[in-house]
Design a protein around this ligand. Sequence first.
Ligand code: SAM
Length: 300
Amino acid sequence: MTEQFAAGVLAIQRPSVLAQVLREAGFSFKKQLGQNFLVDQHVLDQIIQAANLTSTAGVLEVGPGAGVVTQRLAAVAGRVVAVEKDASLRPVLERVLAPFPNVEVVYGDFLQVDLAALWREHFEGCDSVRVIANLPYYVTTPILFRLLEAGLPIAQIIVMVQREVADRMAAKPGGKDFGALTLAVQYYAEVERILRVPPGAFMPSPDVESAVVRLTMRVEPPVSGVSAEELFRVVRAAFSMRRKTLLNNLSQGLGLCKPVCTAMLEQAGIAPVRRGETLSLEEFAAVARAWKCVTRRGEP
Ligand code: SAM
């Protein structure tokens, strides 16, 4: 599976080479930026395989670090744009990525980058664009939501996340991991778990297990008759207190009196004593549609 790189490409995925290149650049790891660089060939292979890239595909990478994944992406994709917050990695990335003219590194905070402008500038000629990231764990959720809600033509998002975040993303109703994050991710994308990754796959090793997840973006929302904003207003209210019933959480969170809230849940075909974590996305959509009727009637 491993592509044979041309002569002159640094084998940065080898821990000894990575350590030497970082040392020569005077680089020191910043824990606060979630810097755990991937050094496991098998995991790298699996990520590249999951991305299924062609020479006309574009890749947006969040946080290239020392360029371990970036090199492999550049060898198969048409265009790679990587956004890195830590400008002290510039000498490392310039050296490691020198043989790849199809890569551009943008230095800045991914949460601040103008994504629409970046898209126009770099990905116009690409037939599909995937986002690939070994995400810094301290900022996983905001980065994911930025991508999911960006309204950009992203085909797939392949991300390394903390294993418990992967469990929440892929959870089914009724389980302990099912919650607002599950519903939000599954509203925008189909979720597949690709592989579990042990701490030893990184330099330095994190304290937690990780997992690679592939999100295939939906072309149409999976539920109808309700906007994302309306749906997630109801979802947020339903999960505001974990052990409370839907009736209690929704009446408080949506500002409805209990008889109106009970009638709304009955209209949606949902027992008021159920808890948020037992409802599917479709059932939440039914509640949100019933809530729209209530708000139209102006009932308290
Ligand atoms: N992709 C590399 C790899 O797999 O070896 C590095 C992954 S490391 C877990 C996360 C990277 O994201 C680091 O290089 C870190 O500096 C960068 N980073 C952290 N916060 C960021 C942000 N807000 N925007 C862009 N990059 C960020």
